[in-house]
Design a protein around this ligand. Sequence first.
Ligand code: CTP
Length: 448
Amino acid sequence: MIKVITYGTYDLFHRGHQRLLERAKALGDYLIVGVTADTFDRERGKINVQQTLMERVEAVRATGLADEIIIEEYEGQKIDDIKRYGVDIFTVGSDWRGKFDYLREFCEVVYLERTEGVSSTEIRSEKRALRLGLVGESPILDKIRNESSFVNGIEISGIFTINDHCLSDDLKRLATATPSFDRLMEESDALYIISEPRLHYAQIRQALSRGKHVLCESPIAMTVDEWQELINMARERGLVLMDSIKTAYSLAYYRLRLLAKSGIIGDIMSVDATCTSLFNFDAFKQGDRQLPEWNSICAWGPTALLPIYQLLGTDYTDKTIVTRLAEGNADFDLFTKISFIYPDAVASLKVGRGVKSEGELVISGTKGYIYVPAPWWKTDYFEVRYEDPVANKRYFYQLDGEGLRYELVSFLKSVQTGRSLSYVSESVSRAIAGTISDFVARRDTVII
Ligand code: CTP
């Protein structure tokens, strides 16, 4: 019996896939088809595969051509599979010619002519692109523009900014073409907002009332009432409204969350997160301009709150905020520390734009702890540590684009499918707005 093996993503199954599988089957008596796992695709840079692994496996199964379907999960697996299944022929399309010659050591390698004129990439990009308008004043806008080029299905439609000093020349040109918020909305299906936090509520409200989806740098509102109003508006209109917190989409952080929840360190007793980035006060002439509204709590609070609310939930029993404000500016906190008490755990965060500290995350449990080195919010690495260091484990996950790329994919998929695929749940989003609002109203707050 001649065994043949072939691999692919098989996203949005098309006639090119069908023809390849037919010819692969004809090469022998038994066909094994390897379908790539989502994480494997992500690692190799294919990030916006539209269908889930199960849907793609189903499409291959439905052809009736595969005698066996396996999942391709890691680099180098092909050699293992060929040996394990006793494969005689490895085959793929001619777009891979030469790339798999190294497998000739183990079996015959056949490149089949690729079917002209069709590919998953083309089918994905035929869907009308989501026109994403940018709003605000931040160098992150340049990153968003750059990262959107890795996501097919999003095109940047323009930018509305009050102050273009931190934008690239390309973005400045786009800003001239869309000089008002209204004009930008005319050109866009959705907005990414990173304006000053106090403007978020009004801008999101306006966008939703015009039928636009919104991805907004967290916090999306400064009070829970405003937050609720926006969430209701989005729901009534069938629009997507998502908090942007890129760390939520970092693979290492996401995996760490799952590991912590699965009990690898026992019961979680404490979550401690620190995020700081020194603001350049010297270069900033206080006389000319106001200090920026992205104070410590707004700039870093949502990120530092993320592991606390995601791991311990939002039902804490007590909270104390301790803050140090800038001289002559009661809105700008140089440093803020928040301590939380839960029924069976505690948590703390430290954020600072006027104080520097080690930006690490430590999750302490009854059996061990998870340590994420600075800067933990854009890490590709963490360790699980135990009393006996021999049992320690290290985890690496590649991080492309600081998580922004995957956040854009989630946003796009949410818009396309009409259901929220945000990694920040509504309860966490609400709790973040609540904490910021407590800070602003000086509830549970001590000023030092
Ligand atoms: N294939 C083919 N003819 C096409 C498209 C794909 O013969 N027009 C083959 C590929 O060479 C590969 C298999 O089908 O052996 C699975 O390919 P996959 O990468 O899943 O499909 P693509 O359409 O090439 O996907 P993408 O555009 O995302 O790269």
